[in-house]
Write a protein that binds this ligand. Structure first.
Ligand SMILES: [Zn+2]
Length: 613
């Protein structure tokens, strides 16, 4: 969602909160015979683990999950239900939550479904009974407000958006909290919302102005609906969801992408990346290759116009390919990347594509977004102030959105839970390790239990130690992501160095008979390098060390635009104390650089100017 007040550069609104669930059992093909031939050709996608099968050790990923769990568990239930109760003409005790969420505010109740999702996911992770009980009370409280007239959706800017998040929340309540009432509420929710949905996926109305036009779905995001509809079809067998999924497939957008036409420029960034997950799920549900091609090519086009952080969409919009728009945005556009929502959509899309294709570059991309954007988001405050945009201008700071409870307060609690299901995957042949994070991982492949512990200080250190836990000796393939940016990656098993070189940018497949306690030591040299913002600005660069963008910390009188020598930047060294800080020695003095997640209240510059080489 974009800020409804600040419309300096654009007169329309951009709503965007992540939809959908990564449902491990959700891939299926339609019963149509026509799909069968396609189905036979496709290798089944990698399976996700369950939320509770990955437990993080102490560190920033675990901290972010705990913070967000605490936040959603503490939200006032009457305030959460108030927009639904008041709009249904029911008694509504208590007070409004505030900000965008209020009964007649910008996006009434829009984050309710996402918080139900998040709380269900945290229950699945922790087994915390208070979380499950709260989900069940919210489902019942919400269900009591659904009326046959769909009163909630009347004079509502975002019927499709809010309905989509409710579908995701109710599905998560069912599958993760075991709440049977959620499926009945889902069926009634769909009946209530349907009359208020447009006839088809309609583009955002770029001419709508804030405060106007509730009737033509001007700012709604109907093109993100299919993902959850196909998943709901898989969960319930209700063909109404299959029909809605098909009805809202954004075929004009997807067909163009699948043909290789770049249909991104000018489009609202977050919601269209979110729509690509609908294309991916449509491929899994219907078996139509065009939808996979749309998701893959769409991702490539997004990647080609991304910042070095992995973020994209300055001022929430895609730019013209090969233009200087990204470089120009560094001068004055501090809405560089809609971070929690964008990262949520990015994780979801790359998770689909990684599962379907087993291509390691989707994991590389996910990792970049993780460390350089969302993991550095300032925690949501109890009053609803939330981190929204990453800022890549030349004297940037971390700030909150001025309005409380914006869209990004709905997606941050969900993505902080989803790091777990993005860490490892399995297939019939073995397991895939995608994120090297300190964790205890359990899996169950074809009835064979197993797991591993990951011990590492990566990406601050290059070494990752994995120790297998197996009930008995097992033969399987362990696939380890070797990032494309590394050089000279090395592997040792039980202390014996493997001599076969590890190709960067691929999963290294190690098939052997494994025993419990086997130790796998992986070394991924954190190559330091410069990446220019675009081909036309080779002197505007970001410094990277492994997956981390090292951002320059600015003192009061520093200028981030006075150029430094390329070699000086490249030779930046990690601080001797071991703290998360690098120093570069230049002719003008010493520069301090830090990864985004280690930046607090300091001013910083993501990009630096270097002297021509
Ligand atoms: Zn957002």
């Amino acid at each position: 969602m974009s800020d409804p007040i600040d419309s300096r550069r654009r007169s329309f609104l951009a709503l965007g909160v992540g939809a959908g669930v990564g449902w491990a059992g959700g891939w299926r093909f339609g019963a149509r015979a026509a799909s069968r031939a396609v189905a036979d050709e496709i290798t089944a996608p990698l399976s996700e683990l369950e939320y509770g099968q990955v437990q993080f050790d102490a560190g920033p990923l675990d901290d972010q999950a705990r913070e967000n769990h605490r936040l959603v568990l503490g939200l006032d239930e009457d305030a959460l239900l108030r927009p639904f109760r008041v709009r249904a003409g029911l008694p509504a005790p208590g007070h409004e939550l505030g900000g965008w969420y209020d009964t007649y505010a910008f996006a009434p109740g829009a984050t309710f479904g996402q918080w139900m999702s998040a709380l269900s996911r945290y229950y699945a992770i922790t087994g915390n009974v208070a979380s499950r009980d709260k989900v069940q009370r919210l489902v019942l409280g919400y269900a009591a407000t659904i009326d046959a007239d769909g009163s909630f959706y009347r004079k509502n800017r975002f019927p499709a958006y809010t309905y989509d998040k409710l579908v995701g929340g109710l599905m998560d309540a069912r599958r993760l909290s075991g709440d049977d009432a959620a499926l009945a509420a889902l069926a009634r929710t769909t009946r209530a919302a349907e009359p208020y949905l447009p006839a088809r996926a309609i583009p955002r109305n770029e001419h709508a102005r804030p405060g106007e036009d509730f009737s033509r779905h001007a700012w709604d995001e109907s093109y993100t609906l299919p993902e959850n509809q196909f998943l709901a079809w898989g969960m319930t067998g209700d063909r109404r969801h299959l029909e809605l999924g098909r009805r809202f497939l954004y075929d004009e957008f997807f067909a163009a992408l699948a043909r290789g036409e770049n249909a991104l420029p000018g489009k609202h960034a977050y919601s269209h990346v979110n729509a690509l997950s609908s294309a991916a799920q449509a491929y899994l549900s219907l078996g139509t290759p065009m939808y996979l091609a749309a998701a893959q090519r769409g991702f490539d086009m997004v990647a080609a116009q991304s910042f070095a952080t992995g973020g994209w969409g300055p001022d929430e919009h895609f730019v013209v390919p090969d233009s200087s728009a990204l470089a120009a945005s560094l001068a004055d556009q501090n809405k560089s990347f809609e971070t929690p929502c964008g990262a949520y959509a990015h994780f979801k899309l790359t998770r689909y594509l990684l599962r379907i294709t087993r291509d390691a570059r989707y994991g590389d991309s996910m990792e970049r977004v993780l460390y350089n954007t969302v993991l550095g988001a300032t925690p949501i405050q109890p009053d609803g102030h939330a981190f929204y945009y990453s800022d890549y201008t030349r004297r940037a700071e971390k700030t909150f959105h001025p309005d409380r409870w914006p869209c990004c307060s709905g997606t941050l609690p969900m993505i902080a839970a989803d790091y777990r299901i993005s860490t490892c995957f399995t297939d019939s042949q073995g397991a895939y390790v995608n994120l090297y994070v300190p964790a205890q991982v359990d899996w169950n492949r074809n009835g064979a239990m197993g797991g591993l512990s990951i011990q590492t200080d990566y990406p601050y250190a290059s070494t990752v130690l994995m120790t297998l836990r197996l009930p008995s000796t097992q033969t399987f393939t362990l696939n380890l992501r070797i990032p494309a940016w590394t050089r000279g990656a090395a592997l040792a098993i039980n202390g014996r160095r493997e001599t076969e070189p590890l190709a960067a940018g691929r999963f290294a497949a190690i098939r052997r008979e494994w025993r419990s306690g086997d130790r796998i030591e992986l070394d991924l040299p954190l190559v330091q390098r410069l990446e220019s913002i675009d081909a036309a600005h080779p002197e505007t660069v970001a410094l990277l060390a492994g997956p981390l963008v090292l951002m320059r910390v600015l003192k009061e009188n520093d200028s981030a635009t006075s150029p430094v020598a390329r070699a000086a930047l490249l030779a930046a060294q990690r601080h001797r104390s071991g703290r998360h800080e690098w120093q570069a020695t230049t002719e003008a003095g010493s520069l301090t650089l830090k990864p985004f997640l280690d930046i607090d209240a300091e001013s910083y510059s993501a990009y630096q100017e270097v002297l021509p080489s």
